[in-house]
Design a protein around this ligand. Structure first.
Ligand code: FMN
Length: 180
């Protein structure tokens, strides 16, 4: 019996329509089969309510159930998030806050790709490391890399054709799959 490819959940930290972080994840999606994985792109970031510990109990808000279920069902998680004002965008930190009260992300292999130009985005990476360590996620260091995406690299579908970018993302997925 052939084994099912591991599922990698793709989380974008940007709500921007022409987001470079979203482009990186769409490109990862387009190389997933060649990396031997299946990807699911999470699209519920804008629907999550503001985190409030008073609401972090059953019955949970629907979008939170969707998020936690998506994490639970994935073998690994790949994050691409921009840096705003030296750290993560508030909306993405809000998503991570919603993972703290659940156990789904505990011991889950997680990596991030920094798509910012050289020398940028380090604050977002530092925050990801702090928050993910706090949640108990298993950070897959060899899969946490920089793959700079410049403006205009993505086609109208958000997918990048550049072979260096594609092979870099393929390697990230392979390393996450190995850790899964
Ligand atoms: C409000 C705001 C604050 C930003 N602050 C930073 C910053 O502190 N450091 C940085 O490297 N880039 C910063 N940037 C640049 C973004 O990280 C950059 O535009 C990134 O490409 C956005 O990601 P996206 O294309 O996926 O939306 C900021 C952008 C905005 C809109």
């Amino acid at each position: 019996m052939p084994t099912e490819p591991p599922v990698i959940l793709l989380l974008s930290g940007s709500l921007r329509a022409a987001s470079s972080n979203e482009s990186a994840l769409r490109t990862a999606e387009s190389v997933a089969a060649s990396a031997g994985v299946r990807t699911i792109r999470y699209t519920g970031l804008a629907d999550l309510p503001h985190f409030n510990p008073d609401d972090d109990h059953d019955p949970l808000p629907g979008p939170v159930v969707e998020l936690r279920t998506a994490i639970a069902e994935a073998a690994a998680v790949l994050i691409c998030a921009p840096e705003y004002a030296g750290t993560l965008p508030g909306s993405f930190k809000n998503l991570l806050d919603w993972t703290v009260g659940g156990t789904e992300i505990c011991d889950k292999p997680v990596a991030w790709v920094n798509v910012a130009p050289a020398g940028r985005g380090g604050g977002a990476e530092a925050t990801l490391r702090t928050v993910l360590s706090y949640t108990g996620a298993a950070i897959v260091e060899p899969a946490c890399v920089r793959i700079a995406l410049s403006q205009g690299m993505a086609g109208p579908d958000g997918v990048v054709a550049d072979e260096d970018v594609r092979s870099g993302l393929r390697r990230v997925l392979e390393r996450l799959a190995e850790a899964a």
